[in-house]
Every structure is written in C-alpha cells, then in structure tokens.
Write a new protein. Structure first.
Ligand code: SF4
Ligand code: SF4
Lengths: 182, 344, 552
C-alpha cells in the first residue's frame, strides 16, 4: 500500500517537474494580447463599439471590460476569430448592433464648401482637399466608418454601398437542400 | 447557382456502392446457410427490418427526408454486417439492443451517414459481447456436427420466442476460436485441441468455407474499385505475420496463420468492415498503418486476450486513431516536396 | 518515341468531340455591332483610349495595357464607338463589365499592319510589341503572353511545350486549328522558341485527335527546327499545364512557382497561331476560333471576332434548338453558366455549348460525404478533396489552406466521381474567394491602421507645436502689453464660413432632388441611426462641426 502511494507520488512529482520544465523550455515569446486583438479588428475606427477606435476597443477586450461581439464591421468572422484567440465561445453580434454592407463615403462635390471639417474627422486620412478646396474621399482608403458624416456642416457626405463588381465578386456558399425545412 | 462540372459520372452513387457491398456479401451468406442452416436468412431479414425502423425513426427525429437516406442502402449494409457478426438465431431482443447502439447511437448520434467515427455494426457487436457474453457464444454448429438441424420454422421460433421446440444445446456449439481459448486455458496441447471434431481442413468446419466465400466477395469489390487494396491486404498480411510470430514463440498453444485467416471474423473484417471509409483511415499510408495495427491487435486479442475474437475491438480501437493517423500521413501534393503531417 | 510520365488521377469522360468537327472552321459575316470588354485577361484591365463618337479602324488599339500584368484590346472592325459603358460579359457572376461598343460601318477598314523583325530585335522590344498587340493565352487562363515570353532569371528556357491536348469534352477549337493551320501554328512556335531560347519544342496532343496529330506531324517534318509531336493518352485533365508538363517531361511544377523555374514554358496552340499572326503580319488579337456545339442545328467551329455577341455566334450555328436549357461557356468540366447571351466573345471563350436536359440533367441531390476517397483517387493535384470539402463547408479556411486548397486546379474530377454528388468544386471556389477577400481586407486594415497611427502621431505633434507657439506668443504679448486683437478676425472668418454654408445650402436644394419621401423603412432607420449617432457624438470634431450651424 505504502509503496503504491510512494510510487504514484513519485510519478506525479516527476511528471510535474517535466511539465514545468517543458512549459519553460517551449515558451514562445508572444505578441501582447492587445496587439493580437487589434490585428483581428477591421481598423475601421468607426467607434460603433462604443470605444473611440479599434485599438481602445482591443485594450478593453484584453482587460475583460468589453465583450467580443461589439464590432459590426468585423461581423461574424471577426467574432469567431476573437473567440478562438481568447478561448471563449463565439456569440452573435451584440444587441443594437447590426452588420451593414460594406460602404464608402462619397462627397457631393457640388455642395462641398471646402471647410476641412471632414478631413479632421477622418481617422484614417482618406479625405483629400485643402481649405476652401473641393474635397474628395479616396474610396480605396475609406474604411466606411461614417465619422465624417456628422461634422459636415452642409450634409454633403453620403455612404454608398460598394456594389458587386467583377473584381470584388465572390463565389457564394453552395446551397444544398439536404435537410428539409418541414 | 451551381458551378461546373456540369456532368457527373453515371452509375455512381452511394446507393450503388452499398448495393455492390451487399451483393458481395451474398456468397458468404450462401455459404453460411449451406454449412450452418437456413437460420441466417431469418436473422438477416429481422436485423434489416429493425435497422430500417431505427434509421427511419432517427431521420424523423432529426428532420431529414426519408427517401434519399433510406434508399442509400447504408443502413442495410450495417444491418447485414451486424447480423453476420453476432450469433445466428439469437433472440430478437438481442438484435434490437445491438442495432439500437449501432444505428441510433453509433451512427445518428454522431451525425448520421458519413460522420460516424466508429463502424456502427461493430459498435453494436461490441456492446452485445460486453453486456451479454453468454448469448454471444451460442453460434450454431456446423450441420455435420449438430444433433439437430434447425429448420426455417425452428429458426423463426428461436428468434421470436427466444427458444424453440428444440433445446439450445442441440444446435449450438462452441466456435473453433472459443474451443481453442477454453481448451488452451485448460492446459491441452495444440495437437489435442486441433483433433476436436469442430476443426476442418485449416480452420473451423464450415467456417473456413464461409471465410473463403467472404474472400471471394471481397475480391469482387476490390476488382470493382469499391475500395483500394491497402486495407484488406495490410490487414490480412498483418494477421498472418503476427500469428506466425506468436506461434513461433509458443507452437503448442497457438494456431497457425491459416487458421487465423480463415476463422472468426477476419475475412469479413478485412474486406467489409475495416474498409469502411467513414470510420477508417483515408490516406494510402494511413490505410496501411490502420489495417496493419488492427491486424496485429486482432491476433493479440485472440491469442492473449480475454475474448475469443478480436476483429471488432481491433477495428474500433483503430477507428479512434484514424483521424490522427490521417493527419500525419498526408500524401504528397502535386508540386510539393513531400507529404506527411498536414502543412502549416 | 518520348516516354510518357502519367499523372495521378484523372477521369475518362464521354468526349462529344465529333459533333463539332464535321465542318471546317467557318467565317462569320460582319455584324453591325461589336462589344469589346476592356478586361479580357488576368491582371489589370486595359484603360479605354477611345470615347463615344470616335471613329476606329480594325486593329486599332482601343484599350491600353496598364500595370505589369496587362495587355491591350483592339477594335475588331472599323466603325464608330457608340458607347464606353457597363455591359453584360461572359463571367460566372453574371455581372457587367466596362466595354467599348462599336457600331461597324461595314467597310471593315484596317489600320496599317506589318510584321516585325522578331529575329533581330531586342527581346524586350518584341515583348512590348506582343503586349501592344493584345496577346493573351487562348487556353482559358488568358494570361498576357508578353510576360510568359520573359526568361526571368534564367539565361534561357530550354523546353517549350505547345498545349494541344484539349482534354475537355465538346471543345474542338484547338483540334480544328491544328488540322487546318498546323503550319502557321508551328511558325508561331518558332517565334516563341527563339524568344525563350528553347531548344526542345514539344507539342502534346491527346490521342483522340489523330487528324490533328497527322497534320502537325506533317508540318513538323517541314519545320526548320526540331519539333516533337507527342500523342498523350486521352485522360482528363491532360491539358492542364502542370499535367501536360508532367506527361511530356516527367517534371513537376513546384507549387507557387512559375514553370520557367523548371525550365519549361507552356503555350496553347491557339496562342502560338496568334503569335504568328501578330509578329509576322502585325495583326493584333482581334479574333479567335470558338466551338459552338451542343443543342444547335449546325455545330462547328467559327473564327469569331472578339466582341461578337454570343447570341450572334450561336445564330451562326443555326441558333438554339427548342428545348435548350441554357449555355455553358467553356467545357462542361471547368466552364460556367452563361447568364446573358448578349455577352460578347472574349479571348477566354473557347467554346459555347447549348445545353439540353438529356445531356446536362440537373445535378443529382448531394448526399453526405462517405469519405470513400474516390475523389482523392481522381484528383490530378493529388489532394484530399474530401478533407478540403469538410473544412470549406465548415468555413474553416485556415484548415483548407493547410490542406493545400490553393493547389487545386478546379478541374472538377472530384465532383465528377463523387458518389454522393457533392458539388465539391463549388466549395473550393467559395473558400478560395473568401480567403482572397479576407487577405485583401487584412491588407486594407493594416494600411488603415498605419494611416490611423500616423494621424494620431501627427495630431499629437500639431498639438504640441501649437502649445509651444501659444506659449511663445503669450510671453511676447505680456512683454508688449498688447490686448488680443484677433477677435474681429475670428468673427470675420465665421461670417465667411456662414456665407459659404448658406450658398451651399442653396446649391444643394438646386442640385440634389429632395427624395426624402417614400423612403423604405430600413433606409429611414439607417438615417435615424446616423442622426442619433451624430447628436450623441461627443467628439471634438463633431462639436466644432455642429457649431457653425447653431450659430445665429
Ligand atoms: S468522392 Fe465524394 S463521398 Fe467520396 S470521399 Fe470524396 S467527397 Fe466524399
Ligand atoms: S477540382 Fe481540385 S480537388 Fe478536385 S480533383 Fe481537381 S484539383 Fe483535385
């Protein structure tokens, strides 16, 4: 009996030591978790999550202060990735948040007065123009965050959904009718 | 919208594959009926009906359409393999319990056709042999040795009423593998054992012919490309090799390779059970490993384990390992240096 | 006899070739209108260089190549450009693409064309010429040919392979081309051989085209350089570039690398023929041979000008017979369903098949995968298609990538043999396009992050500089004892701003329709949400933004 206990205890100790050593030996230097979260977020910088940008939201998630399902532009795919990264369950997008089709802001060039307010609001420097000059949004750089809509004093900025084009068209998920909806 | 290809090979469907398997089983069944009496037909029909009932029930509960899934024939294959693995003329409730585990638990609880990690028929068999070992040894004796030959009417009686007008001892006999195990434990030597009347030319009387018939059916399937050569060949080779080695260690107690190949479920397992693609390994190298290790385990269980036959357990054990084996044995992809573990 | 090195897998298909090989390549009469897409090749679309109203001649460049991977587009006949607009094109999406519409004037006058001295010119110059003449691979992938003529880092590319295998059922355009124009095809090969510095020229032809093999062998006998015509066993997809390379040379094209790394370059026979016409005659790629087959009265091959509406091409073969259920562009294994027959012939279109239900029945319902492995046995890329399917179905794209999804050539062999009738390739195409889109998104968000970080940095710096300036000003002011006089200036600024806003408001009323009535509820909700966010936004920028409107 005593031998058995001793043997088991011995094995336990040995394995424990081995595990400890292994965890130390195989340790990988990792990016701080905030960076990893930030890398997943879409960098729209729209603030729909309730934080003033993607990075602050990433920090809040890392601290456990925010849920992973607050980012509408990232959508389901993002939540899935975050869940995997953090080892938690994926969940649907949070209440009151709705995924929107991808869109870019377009300035109505007839109405723009060149006030530069939108330039100041754009978090990713996607608007070009100068004081009293016509402004234009560079569609490729626009993340669709909508932050420039509010500041415009003449309401000349509108969001336009990016249409399906030959170069951004995607194959759809195949539809298979296996299971009857009965 | 569906993309290309807009054409599919004709005469190829799950159902056709399953029908081929069923047809290939017929020589074995016929041999069985010839040597052990017509009771096998009764148990095949009873098992099929029970299995179809379970399948249909599962489909209803899961909200799947009945027609495509019942007509794919997979459940009949399960039922037949099960019926051929458990003793013929067992009481109906035994079949019902076994198939309950085979069809409802092993197949549908894991997601139905194509998703089961274990071979359903073998799960049913394993549950029964663990839970009801006595029933599972009552195999009908070869007709030449039986004191009473059960007629078809007797068989129906036996299955549905649990016992018939004849006593159970009148038609059952310990199988060759059982005999080997029990007499071997009793200390008898190999020669003594093999002089028992149950033994035939190389294995059990009658049983060896049934095994040969399975071999024939299996070769037909192989010729028909229902599966590749890897699994059956590796399995049989491994059984033969291991048996020879074991016999070399202790010739008096252990049977030779021929005996092992042609007794019990080895032939059925090699061609019809281990080749089940759903629960088995899928890469060429993986198949060799899968079947090779299964063959080894089969003989180990037979020669050293507690159960007379090891086919079911060895295959179930390897079913567990199959995904793991597959991960590490990916074949080389065109244009890549080498295969092996799933890449980064 | 050259040893054939078989590739793994492949399938035997019903060939359906004889339907369209009964007649010689037909010529089409001039049509009143041609629609020429500007994106007919892999890579950057050409930039239109004509505008509506312009008069063009046959062979005149109407789209200029741009970027590294691109090629030019030319007018198929003379006439007037009536529009440069979005028009249905032959694409699986059924979307529209930018096209130049030409109303022909019936004269079919051509620009001056003349060949070049390709033997003595600098290779780079010849390549530029090939690019300006709009050459792209006619086998289906339409890769700009000029790029494939580059030797890269190698001193020379020892082996040139002409792909005449044409393994897809129904398609016979290469077959007919080789039968009728073997000589010119090999002349094109001579040019390619010269530019690549190749010494071995191999032409791979499936052995179900004995007439093409005979014609090419005859032409090869007379060619002034060694050419080997090799009959390869008929087995789909022997016409895949990698598969053909394997068949003829035994070499495997390393994944992710160009075939030139193993010293091989592969061109379609049709491309070789066009090369001949381009360099010898100076003719740009303005027509190609297209097979019209299936459920039409007179199936055959036609020399069709690029831009010919497919409707008119079908009409040349007698038009759809009653009971036609649709059209496939390309072959049945790798082609796609045509959405709109107004779409024009482009360089990639090698075949159009009119479907009828007996030959192309609707796909059988898919059953679950039983892991039977038949797909893996058929896959010429030696993949495990069922694993790819499993993970693509679960949208586990990382796993599909690890199982080498991008080595899949979408040949369709796996779907063809699958006893469960699973549309496997549809899953791979889905997964591939998701992964590509995801990569683009990731790049975009990385760039956005950088811009955002830079902006944050810039704002910080500006703030700091401002603070420093202010501090400086304050000290000077204290010194001089002057009172701040910039108030009036600020007022003036505000007034100017206000005036501008009013002007803009007027302009807006004039320029934009007041379509705020009859809004759909979703749009209204969206507007409300934006409105609400705007009200709530505590942002500095937003505050300053609102300020002027609230000012009296
Ligand atoms: S052929 Fe079809 S059923 Fe068989 S393994 Fe491949 S995908 Fe699965
Ligand atoms: S489509 Fe892709 S996976 Fe399927 S057989 Fe062809 S190469 Fe293999």
């Amino acid at each position: 009996m005593l031998t058995a206990i001793l043997v088991l205890a011995g094995i336990g100790l040995a394995l424990g030591a081995l595990l400890g050593w292994a965890s130390d030996y195989f340790k990988v230097e990792e990016d701080p978790i905030v960076d990893k979260i930030d890398a997943i977020l879409p960098q729209t910088q729209c603030g729909q999550c309730g934080f003033p940008g993607c990075r602050p939201y990433a920090e809040a998630i890392a601290k456990g202060e925010a849920d992973i399902n607050r980012c509408p532009p990232g959508g389901e795919a993002n939540i899935k990735q975050l869940a995997e990264l953090l080892g938690v369950e994926a969940k649907p997008l949070g209440e009151g948040l709705e995924p929107k089709p991808k869109a870019v802001a377009v300035i109505d060039e007839n109405t723009c007065i060149g006030c530069t307010l939108c330039i100041q609001a754009c978090p990713v420097d996607a608007i070009v123009g100068a004081s009293k000059q016509l402004h234009t949004i560079v569609a490729d750089l626009c993340t669709g965050c909508e932050l420039c809509l509010a500041p415009c004093p003449v309401d000349c900025i509108a969001m336009t959904v990016i249409p399906a084009r030959l170069d951004n068209w995607k194959w759809q998920y195949p539809v298979i009718h296996l299971r009857q909806v009965a | 919208m569906n993309g290309s290809p807009y054409t599919q090979s004709a005469n190829n469907s799950v159902r056709i594959t399953m029908i081929k398997v069923l047809v290939a089983l017929i020589p074995g069944i016929a041999a069985h009926a010839w040597f052990f009496g017509p009771g096998i037909w009764v148990s095949l029909i009873v098992c099929s009906l029970i299995a179809i009932f379970y399948e249909s029930l599962a489909l209803v509960m899961r909200g799947y359409p009945q027609k495509p899934f019942l007509s794919d024939g997979s459940v009949i294959v399960t039922a037949w393999l099960f019926a051929l693995s458990v003793p013929t003329l067992a009481p109906i409730w035994l079949y019902a319990v076994g198939l309950l585990f085979a069809v409802l638990v092993a197949k549908h609880l894991y997601g139905g056709l194509g998703q089961n990690p274990f071979n359903p028929a073998m799960v049913g068999y394993a549950v029964l042999i663990v839970s009801f070992p006595t029933y599972m040894t009552q195999w009908p004796a070869p007709l030449q040795l039986a004191t009473h030959m059960p007629s078809l009417a007797n068989a129906v009686d036996m299955v549905f009423a649990g016992s018939g007008s004849i006593s159970i001892d009148a038609y059952t006999l310990a199988t060759p593998l059982d005999t080997l195990k029990t007499l071997g434990r009793a200390g008898q030597s190999g020669t003594e054992i093999f002089n028992q009347p149950i033994f035939g030319l190389i294995a059990g009387k009658g049983g060896e012919w049934v095994a040969a018939a399975y071999l024939l059916g299996g070769l037909l399937l192989l010729g028909n490309r229902v599966f590749t050569w890897h699994v059956p060949i590796a399995y049989l080779a491994s059984v033969a090799l291991t048996a020879t080695l074991v016999q070399a260690i202790d010739p008096s107690q252990h049977a030779n390779a021929w005996f092992h190949l042609f007794s019990g479920g080895v032939m059925l397992g090699a061609f019809f059970i281990a080749t089940d693609p759903v629960s088995g390994s899928t890469t060429p190298l993986g198949k060799l490993i899968f079947a090779g290790v299964a063959g080894f385990i089969t003989v180990m269980i037979r020669d050293y384990g507690g159960y007379p036959d090891g086919v079911a357990f060895s295959i179930l054990l390897m079913n567990i390992a199959a995904p793991f084996i597959d991960t590490y044995t990916q074949p080389r992809v065109f244009g890549h240096a080498k295969g092996g573990k799933v890449g980064k | 006899m050259r040893a054939i090195h078989p590739f793994h897998g492949g399938v035997h298909l019903a060939e359906h070739k004889t339907e369209s090989t009964g007649t010689a390549i037909g010529w089409m009469s001039l049509l009143p209108r041609y629609v020429v897409p500007l994106s007919q090749h892999i890579g950057q679309p050409a930039i239109p260089v004509v505008k509506p109203g312009d008069r063009v001649l046959r062979g005149q460049m109407i789209g200029r190549p741009t970027g590294t991977i691109s090629t030019a587009v030319h007018a198929p006949t003379s006439g007037i450009v009536s529009a440069v607009e979005m028009h249905p094109v032959a694409h699986p999406s059924g979307l529209t693409g930018l096209c130049v519409v030409i109303e022909s004037d019936g004269a079919d006058r051509a620009v001056e064309m003349s060949g070049i001295d390709w033997r003595n010119l600098d290779p780079a110059e010849v390549q530029a010429h090939v690019r300006d003449l709009g050459l792209a691979g006619l086998g289906g992938a339409v890769f700009p040919s000029a790029i494939k003529l580059q030797r890269g880092n190698a001193a020379r590319i020892p082996t040139l392979i002409l792909n005449g295998s044409e393994c897809e059922p129904w398609i016979t355009c290469d077959d007919m081309l080789m039968r009728e124009r073997a000589d010119a095809t090999l002349r094109g090969a001579a040019m390619m051989r010269h530019l690549l510095g190749a010494d071995t020229v191999l032409v791979g032809i499936e052995d179900n085209k004995p007439q093409a093999i005979a014609a090419m062998t005859e032409a090869a006998r007379q060619a002034p350089f060694p050419v080997e015509i090799v009959a390869v066993p008929t087995l789909y997809p022997s016409g895949g570039a990698k598969q053909l390379t394997r068949l003829l040379t035994g070499l495997d094209n390393p994944t992710g690398k160009l075939s030139t790394e193993i010293g091989v370059q592969v061109f379609n026979v049709g491309t070789a023929y066009s090369m001949y016409r381009a360099l010898e005659l100076g003719e740009p790629m303005i027509s190609r041979v297209v097979t019209v087959t299936g459920h039409v009265p007179r199936p055959g091959n036609f020399e069709a000008r690029i831009g010919t509406p497919l409707r008119d091409l079908l009409a040349a073969a007698g038009g759809d017979l009653p009971g036609t259920t649709g059209h496939i562009i390309g072959g049945p294994m790798m082609g796609f369903d045509l959405d709109d027959a107004r779409a024009p012939v482009v360089k990639a279109v090698n075949c159009i098949i009119a479907k009828r239900v007996e030959q192309f029945p609707p796909a059988a319902p898919a059953m679950p995968c039983i892991r039977c492995g038949q797909c893996a046995q058929a896959c010429p890329a030696e993949l495990q298609p069922f694993e790819l399917y499993w993970y693509a179905k679960a949208k586990d794209f990382e796993k599909t990538r690890r199982y080498n999804l991008f080595d899949c050539i979408e040949c369709g062999c796996c779907s063809y043999v699958c006893p469960s009738h699973i549309p496997l390739v549809d899953y791979y195409r889905f997964a591939k396009s998701e992964i590509r889109a995801h990569e683009l998104d990731a790049q975009a968000s990385q760039a956005a992050r950088e811009r955002h970080d830079f902006r944050t940095f810039r704002l910080e710096r500006e703030k700091r500089e401002k603070a420093e300036k202010l501090a400086q000003k304050a000290t000077t002011r204290l010194d001089s004892g002057a009172v701040a006089e910039d108030d009036p200036a600020a007022a003036k600024k505000k007034a100017i701003l206000q005036a501008a806003i009013e002007r803009a408001a007027k302009a807006k009323v004039a320029t934009t329709p007041q379509n705020t009535d009859n809004l759909s509820p979703t749009v209204q909700r969206e507007i409300d949400a934006i409105e609400a966010r705007r009200q709530a936004a505590p942002d500095d920028a937003a505050a300053t933004g609102r300020q002027p409107t609230e000012a009296p």
